[in-house]
Write a protein that binds this ligand. Sequence first.
Ligand code: GRF
Length: 211
Amino acid sequence: MSEQYYRSPKKKGKIAVFLSGRGSNFLAIHDAILAGTIHADIALVFSNKKEARGLQIAEERNLETLHLNPKNYTPREDYERAIIKELKKRDIDLICLAGYMKILSPLLCEEFLNKIINIHPALLPSFPGLHVQQAAIDWGVRLSGATVHFVTPSVDMGPIILQAVVPVLQDDTEDTLSERILKEEHKIYPEAVKLYFDGKLEIKERRVSIL
Ligand code: GRF
């Protein structure tokens, strides 16, 4: 099968969530699993930040957690080699990036090709990168939203799975727009993970069909 064609597996999947902060998207995914909506388990919650709130919440929910400090690994690729080893040990099927504030190297992207997804708080390909809610306000766009996409080495540019749109209001601040977008993130991220393990995502070239 060529790299331009991929069909997500219909199976009870094992997920690794990667996060660096508060973890509200992780919670939305875990809640959907607990509700029986997503056919998968979270086998690992991983963070590059020891103090990440999401890591503490994962512990409270009795999920396995792991923190590896990037500073202890040189060269940089050794950090991802160590991560890959941990993922393989647990037979991880899908990595969900949920506010993971570290760019993945091609090493991890290629090892888990079509098996990494991310949520981004803008309508890609507009506003990739950081601080994108403020960027959308500053640009004067009328609509923004959230995007769930497959992860490739070119940051925020992988095949798009789902998007949700919200209005940008005249008096919006970064906080009010972020909050409106986050509500949509919490709907479309679990939905994308559900579709993945229902075997319903098909990638041809860079287009994703929902079967
Ligand atoms: C979200 O806005 C997400 O789109 C972005 O990082 C933020 C993570 O928030 N990638 P949380 O940690 O899931 O609450």
